[in-house]
Design a protein around this ligand. Structure first.
Ligand SMILES: [Zn+2]
Length: 190
């Protein structure tokens, strides 16, 4: 493990957190932006990510390629509600449930920030839609309504850009169009 990678990894995580925070402010969820990804500083996530630090690819992907799985990822997705993987339970009939609003918004900001930080100058407003359709969607079990929300959001970004799409009103409208809020479902069940 290289000592310099400790600092490079911290810098990369903080840069990612900063971009997520700025995007979360745009959509009216600053607290989600602030709370984003602190578990990356837990020993399970931190040590593995420093070991596989690379600079332009996720250390989690590199670890998975090397040992077949990533303990950092299992730890991360089990604690961070902004990952659709958090909402999977294979023992229930639906297998996965709709991601609640504030985490759905944080997820959009997270994916955009990751795309921007990793792609640098090569990032453009189509990047996220292409990545989602060609990669993320293929590899994951995503609730059909969460899926529709993500496609609609990334499609709007590719057509209208970040500033027009990422407003509190617009993102709320998109979420309400494609997802039923879990809070409402919970209330109705009482
Ligand atoms: Zn995360």
């Amino acid at each position: 493990m290289k000592i310099s990678n400790i600092f490079k990894h911290i810098k990369l995580v903080m840069k990612h957190k900063w971009v997520v925070f700025k995007l979360c402010i745009k959509v009216g969820e600053p607290w989600r932006g602030f709370m984003h990804d602190w578990s990356k500083f837990s020993p399970t996530e931190f040590i593995e990510s420093v070991k596989y630090y690379n600079g332009h690819r996720s250390p989690i992907s590199l670890c998975k390629e090397d040992v077949g799985y990533s303990k950092a990822w299992l730890h991360h997705k089990g604690r961070n509600k902004h990952h659709h993987q958090y909402w999977i339970d294979l023992t229930i009939p639906e297998k996965t449930i709709i991601i609640p609003y504030k985490y759905a918004v944080e997820m959009v900001c997270d994916e955009l920030a990751a795309g921007m930080v990793y792609n640098g100058d090569k990032w453009n407003q189509n990047t996220q839609l292409e990545y989602y359709l060609n990669k993320e969607r293929q590899q994951n079990l995503i609730h059909p309504q969460t899926d529709k929300f993500l496609i609609a959001t990334f499609t709007e970004i590719s057509k209208n850009g970040l500033d027009k799409t990422l407003t509190k009103d617009n993102i709320k409208k998109l979420y309400e169009k494609y997802c039923v809020k879990m809070e409402e479902l919970d209330e109705n069940q009482v």
